[in-house]
Ligand binder design. Structure first.
Ligand code: NAD
Length: 321
């Protein structure tokens, strides 16, 4: 069995590589990443072939005799996409179409695509089901939706076996706190480490659906080997978490009594986000297993240990919340 994973040197991709190889140690796994934001070191000594290539170039040579392509490579993050919509579209739309063409020429059987909750925008109702209307609020949301539609269209037009996994708010070890698209958990973690206040935009009653990266990696691994599971799947915990509750929990878990500060709400911020997760459970046999408190505790221990090792403070960026 040969799998090609794009974006494998990224935050989620490196966990996916580890999950795929744990599930099948004999797997022939190739990772493609242009290292625009990725880091080869994230893959450590995992037994895989690494190729510094761009998904927009023809990849027929690497895709020969490949059964499954997992496509995670993307320009990820809302603020980035607002700053440079063209670069976002080139990476996420042109990149996906070019990769699909390479897959078609090489005779790849199945493509698993990383989509995002950002495609939904402000939901009409919660929990958000996969058939809910899509109203992306950023170039990033729009490019992820367009990529998803291309992937599913290639299923209809050319008989590729395809599915799109709509990740909600992913957290866990390895997400960089200094990038403009870090999640709120990673940013809070970095601030706790530096004994800085936790800043909440709005009243903190807004909810997100957080999912640990180990669960996401398991969902991708299940989707890669569940041929015939087609269409879009929410990949989420299925439970809402308020941001104020999150801040208090993280403060308790870390044992650091920093203040919680409230700032004006961000225009267009989604008030309530929680996913319906039945479709992934039914078709992929996937349910999130890492509870929020367990995941936060593990992340804090990991961050604290890593910081001690480096003995330098993390820089802190503005996040997407
Ligand atoms: P990331 O930036 O850490 O990883 C993306 C990887 O893709 C990087 O290693 C980067 O170098 C590589 N890459 C970018 N453009 C490329 C190109 N043209 N050719 C080859 N490689 C390229 O981001 P992540 O958080 O790990 O996200 C992975 C995927 O999951 C993305 O598709 C993202 O849109 C999606 N996603 C992430 C989240 C989240 O909360 N992190 C939520 C929803 C969806």
């Amino acid at each position: 069995m040969r799998i090609v994973l794009t974006g494998g040197a990224g935050f989620i991709g490196s966990h996916v590589a580890a999950a795929l190889l744990t599930q099948d140690p004999a797997l022939d796994l190739a990772v493609i990443d242009n290292l625009s934001t990725g880091d080869r070191a994230r893959l450590g000594t995992l037994p895989l072939a690494f190729h510094r290539r761009d998904v927009r170039e023809p990849l027929d040579d690497l895709l020969a005799d490949t059964q499954v392509v997992v496509h995670l490579a993307a320009s990820a993050g809302v603020p980035r996409s607002v700053a440079d919509p063209l670069a976002d579209a080139q990476a996420n739309i042109a990149g996906t179409v070019a990769l699909l063409e390479s897959c078609r020429r090489a005779g790849v059987r199945r493509v698993v695509y990383a989509s995002s909750a950002a495609i939904y925008g402000v939901p009409d109702r919660v929990p958000i089901r996969e058939d809910a209307p899509t109203h992306p609020l950023s170039p990033y949301g729009l490019s992820k939706l367009t990529g998803e539609q291309y992937v599913l269209l290639y299923g209809d037009l050319f008989g590729l076996d395809t599915c799109a996994l709509r990740f909600f708010n992913v957290y866990g070890p390895g997400q960089r706190p200094d990038s403009s698209y870090s999640g709120v958990i990673t940013i809070f973690n970095a601030r706790l480490l530096r004994h800085q206040p936790l800043c909440i935009e709005g009243d903190g009653q807004q909810t997100k659906d957080f999912i640990h990266v180990h669960d996401v990696a398991r969902a991708v691994e299940l989707a890669a080997r569940t041929s015939g599971a087609n269409g879009a799947y929410n990949i989420a915990s299925g439970g809402p978490t308020g941001i104020l509750h999150l801040a208090r929990t993280m403060r308790r878990v870390s044992g650091r009594t920093v203040p919680i500060e409230f700032h004006p709400p961000r225009p267009g911020d989604v008030r309530q986000s929680v996913a319906a997760v039945q479709r992934a459970a039914q078709d992929l046999g996937f349910r999130a297993q890492v509870g929020l408190e367990t995941g936060l505790r593990a992340l804090w221990q990991h961050t604290d240990a890593a910081a001690e090792e480096r003995a330098v403070p993390f820089p802190v960026g503005k996040g997407k919340g």
